[in-house]
Design a protein around this ligand. Structure first.
Ligand SMILES: NC(=O)c1ccc[n+]([C@@H]2O[C@H](COP(=O)([O-])OP(=O)(O)OC[C@H]3O[C@@H](n4cnc5c(N)ncnc54)[C@H](O)[C@@H]3O)[C@@H](O)[C@H]2O)c1
Ligand SMILES: [Zn+2]
Ligand SMILES: [Zn+2]
Length: 369
C-alpha cells in the first residue's frame, strides 16, 4: 500500500477533509495506477458537495484529472509507466451494446459501477485504515494517486502541459463534444449558449470550431459575458437585466436560434433554451440539475414546430479518440485552454475553490500536485 493525500467528501455541505489514505501499489490485471499531476474543479463536484446529488461518504471527489502512469496491470498492453494520461469519468467496458455501437459514455457497466463510484468489480480502491473510501465516478482526482480501469486512462502527447490537459477530462470535452458530436452543428448556424462557466465557454469554442455564424451567450455575470466574447461569442445577453428569449428573438430577426445549449443546470434556463430555438431547431441539455428537478415544455409546440430537445453526456465523446484530438487542437492554437486556468492551487485550497465557484468567480481552478 502507498499513502495518498486526498480531499475527502464526508457529507453534504461539509468542508472536504484532507486525509492520508492508502491505495495498493499493484493494479488489478486491467487497471492502471496514475499519479495525478493536476485536477480541475468542476461544478459537478459542487453538485455532489452541496448534496444536490445523492453521493455516498466517505468519497474522494474530483473527476477532471491528468497525470502520469505509475504501474499497469498484467493485461494492459497499450500503456506503460511514464505515459501521460487524461482520466475519463466513464470507463467503458468495450463489450456492451452501447460500447459496441461507439457510444462509450452510455456504457452499461459504467452506469452500474463508475456512476455509483465503485470499480467494475463493485468495490472501491481506497482505504482509510480499516474503512473503504469510494472514488467519485471511479476517478477521485482530488487525490495524489488514482486507480482507474485501463479504458479510463487515455494516453496523450508528452509536450502538452498537464494542468491544461486535466480540463479535457471534463469541461472541454463536454463543451466541444456537445456541439461537434451531440448536436453536430453545421457551419453558418446560429447558436445560443446559456451559462459561461468552464463547460459553457467550451461550448462557445466548439461552436466557433464548427463555423457557427452567430454565437450568442447568456449569463448573469458581466465578467463571464466578457470571457464569452474572448472565446468567440458574437453577442452577449445579461439575463438578469433583460428577457433572455425575447432578446434572442430580436437578435435573430424574430426567428430563434438553430441550436441552444444549456450549460448551467437550472430548469428555467433549460425551458428558455427550448423557447429560444427556431422551428425545427435543437435545444441541448448539457447542464445537470439537482436530483428530482423537472422541466415543463409545451408538447404541442414540440410536434407542431418539430423542435428537438436532446441531452448530451460527456459531449457524446469517444474519449480515446477525442482526448488526443482536443489536445492537438490546443497545441496547434485552434482552441484556448490557457485562459481557462484562472487559479492554480495546492490540494489544501480545494474548499476555497468551491467558495469561488459558488460566487461565480473565475473559470477553472486547477489543483496541482
Ligand atoms: N453533461 C455533462 O456531461 C456535464 C459534464 C460536466 C458538467 N456538467 C454540468 O454543467 C453545468 C455547468 O458546469 P460548469 O463547471 O461550467 O459550472 P460553472 O459554475 O463553472 O458555470 C456556471 C455558469 O452559469 C452561470 N449562471 C448561474 N446561474 C445563472 C442563471 N440563472 N442565468 C444565467 N447564467 C447563470 C454562472 O455565472 C456561471 O458562469 C453543471 O450543471 C455541471 O454539473 C455537465
Ligand atoms: Zn460498455
Ligand atoms: Zn465535470
Amino acid at each position: 500500500m502507498i499513502p495518498v493525500k486526498a480531499a475527502v467528501f464526508v457529507g453534504p455541505q461539509e468542508e472536504l477533509e484532507i486525509r492520508e489514505l492508502q491505495i495498493s501499489s499493484t493494479p488489478g490485471s486491467q487497471e492502471v495506477l496514475v499519479k495525478l499531476a493536476a485536477s480541475g474543479v468542476c461544478h459537478s463536484d459542487l453538485h455532489a458537495l452541496d448534496g444536490e446529488w445523492d453521493t455516498p461518504a466517505p468519497l474522494v471527489l474530483g473527476h477532471e484529472g491528468a497525470g502520469v502512469v505509475q504501474a499497469v496491470g498484467s493485461e494492459v498492453s497499450d500503456l506503460e509507466p511514464g505515459d501521460h494520461v487524461i482520466l475519463s469519468w466513464t470507463p467503458s467496458c468495450g463489450r456492451c451494446e452501447f460500447c459496441v455501437a461507439g457510444r462509450p459514455v452510455l456504457c452499461q457497466l459504467a452506469n452500474e459501477t463508475a456512476y455509483q463510484h465503485v470499480y467494475f468489480d463493485g468495490k472501491p480502491r481506497l482505504r482509510d485504515g480499516e474503512e473503504d473510501v469510494k472514488s467519485f465516478l471511479a476517478v477521485g482526482s482530488f487525490g495524489e494517486y488514482a486507480m482507474v480501469p485501463a479504458s479510463a486512462a487515455v494516453k496523450i502527447r508528452k509536450d502538452a502541459p498537464l494542468a491544461q490537459a486535466s480540463l479535457v477530462g471534463c469541461a472541454v470535452t463536454t463543451g466541444i463534444g456537445a456541439v461537434v458530436n451531440t448536436a453536430q452543428v453545421e457551419a453558418g448556424s446560429t447558436v445560443l449558449v446559456v451559462g459561461c462557466g468552464g463547460v459553457g465557454l467550451n461550448v462557445v469554442q466548439g461552436a466557433r470550431l464548427a463555423g457557427a455564424r452567430q454565437i450568442i451567450v447568456a449569463d448573469v455575470s458581466e465578467e463571464k459575458l466578457e470571457l464569452g466574447r474572448t472565446f468567440g461569442a458574437t453577442h452577449t445577453i445579461n439575463s438578469r437585466e433583460v428577457d433572455l428569449v425575447e432578446t434572442v428573438r430580436q437578435l435573430t430577426g424574430g426567428r430563434g436560434v438553430d441550436y441552444a445549449f444549456e450549460a448551467i443546470g437550472l430548469p428555467f434556463t433549460i425551458e428558455a433554451c427550448y423557447e429560444a430555438i427556431r422551428r425545427g431547431g435543437t435545444a441541448v441539455v448539457v447542464g445537470q440539475v439537482a436530483d428530482g428537478v423537472k422541466i415543463s415544455i409545451d408538447p404541442f409546440v414540440m410536434s407542431d414546430q418539430e423542435k428537438r430537445l436532446i441531452g448530451s453526456n460527456y459531449g457524446s465523446s469517444r474519449q480515446s479518440i477525442d482526448f488526443p484530438k482536443i489536445i492537438d487542437l490546443y497545441m496547434e492554437g485552434k482552441i484556448d485552454l490557457d485562459s481557462m486556468v484562472t487559479d492554480r492551487i495546492g490540494l489544501e485550497g480545494v474548499n476555497d475553490a468551491f467558495a469561488r465557484m459558488r460566487k461565480g468567480q473565475g473559470i477553472r481552478t486547477v489543483i496541482e500536485y
